[in-house]
Design a binder for this molecule. Structure first.
Ligand SMILES: *Cc1c(COP(=O)(O)O)cnc(C)c1O
Length: 394
């Protein structure tokens, strides 16, 4: 078994996880079992008491799932990781593990919709309070801190504005005020950003997006900086029951191998697509951290190893223009989600947010002409040609 500690990122994607089985399988096998046989009553007792390492029951731990957890923990430079059935399984278990009744959380206002609904609509029933601010401006965070604030939960880049929050500066504020800093790193993946290195305590991903990368499963993972944070999270996961399934973990391990080359290709294309969009007469503005026109271009360069593959842009023609664009793209897939090998396009005002009130849309930064674009690994000429023919029909 190779020691992967000193290998480069792409080598870790192929050889990480340190799985070893008796047949010497080159890939991690799917341990499709719910339970594990004990050698004796004494052996079972020792496993249960935690005196001996060993698998007991798949909700608590499974070799295929553990291989993925070890691998992602290593990629994010954390102590350990816990995998979940979905990204939202990860988010809600983080809330449940680290917040108590009477605690207060501060979060980015552009945070993933369901992460906010879970907090405001459900954690509130258990006495957890929350405030949502534009975390791109550090003064907003400082102003929102209360005596009972326990967690700072950020997402960067944020959706759909592509606003960047300074992770290192947030870590400093968190340290001063004794807050747990949680970063949703879904939009970057560990290939482009490592929040733990910048001072975060907990990092999470919707594995559904870049980490798996093939739009064929949903999943989530949380990486902790310390053993103590890992233990708190793991015990909450096994009691809530949102564990990842071994077959799902196998799919993710397979998808993860190409994370680096997938992002390299899509990111190279994203820059060209962003430049094309900036030059098109139907486009009012483009938000992409790789463009000099991005208000936090310098900060993005400082904390991310690349600008990523997500672009949002504003159409001059508003709602009707958005609808026309959606109905005229041919190769790009009209769908939500992101971070896969296929290019996806979405128009929140006529699709995901069509039933949302005008005030709520405005508060979330969803304008009528806003389009969200996730660049895939197709030939960039084909992506641009498809966008061009559809934009020209507006
Ligand atoms: C998709 C997503 C989630 C939720 O993940 P699921 O896998 O859909 O449950 C959380 N955060 C971000 C930033 C996401 O994009």
């Amino acid at each position: 078994m190779t020691d992967t500690k000193n290998l480069g990122f792409n080598s870790k994607l192929i050889h990480g996880g340190g799985h070893h089985d008796e047949y010497g399988a080159a890939t991690v096998p799917i341990y499709q079992t719910s339970t594990f046989r004990f050698d004796s009553a004494e052996d079972g007792a020792a496993c249960f008491a935690g005196e001996k390492d060993g698998y007991v029951y798949t909700r608590i731990g499974n070799p295929t799932v553990s291989a993925l957890e070890r691998q992602v923990a290593e990629l994010e430079h954390g102590y350990g990781a816990v995998a979940f059935a979905s990204g939202m399984g990860a988010v809600s278990t983080v809330y449940m593990a680290y917040l108590n009744a009477g605690d207060h959380m501060i979060s980015s206002d552009a945070v993933y919709g369901a992460s906010r609904t879970m907090m405001e609509g459900h954690m509130s029933r258990f006495g957890v309070q929350s405030t949502y601010v534009k975390t791109e401006k550090l003064e907003n965070i400082k102003a929102a801190i209360r005596p009972n604030t326990k967690m700072l939960y950020i997402e960067t880049p944020a959706n759909p504005t592509m606003g960047i929050t300074d992770i290192e500066a947030c870590a400093k504020i968190a340290k001063e005020h004794n807050l747990l800093l949680v970063v949703d790193n879904t939009f970057c993946s560990p290939y482009l950003q490592n929040p733990l290195d910048l001072g975060a305590d907990v990092v999470l991903h919707s594995v559904t997006k870049f980490i798996n990368g093939h739009a064929d499963i949903v999943g989530g993972i949380v990486i902790t900086k310390t053993q103590e944070l890992y233990k708190q999270l793991h015990v909450m996961m096994l009691n809530l029951g949102g564990n990842m399934d071994p077959h799902q973990a196998y799919m993710v391990i397979r998808g993860l191998k190409t994370l680096g080359i997938r992002i390299d290709r899509a990111q190279e294309s994203a820059m060209k697509v962003a430049e094309f969009l900036e030059s098109h007469p139907q486009v009012a503005s483009v938000a992409y951290p790789g463009l000099k026109s991005h208000p936090q271009y310098e900060l993005a360069k400082k904390q991310m190893r690349g600008p990523g593959t997500m672009i949002s842009f504003e159409l001059k023609g508003g709602l009707e223009a958005g609808r026309k664009l959606m109905n005229n793209v041919k190769m790009c897939i009209l769908a939500v989600s992101l971070g896969g090998v296929e290019t996806l396009i979405q128009h929140p005002a006529s699709m995901t947010h069509s039933k949302v009130s005008a005030t709520a849309k405005a508060a979330a930064g969803i304008t009528d002409g806003l389009v969200r674009f996730s660049v895939g690994i197709e030939n960039v000429e084909d992506i641009i040609a498809d966008l061009k023919q559809a934009l020209d029909k507006i």
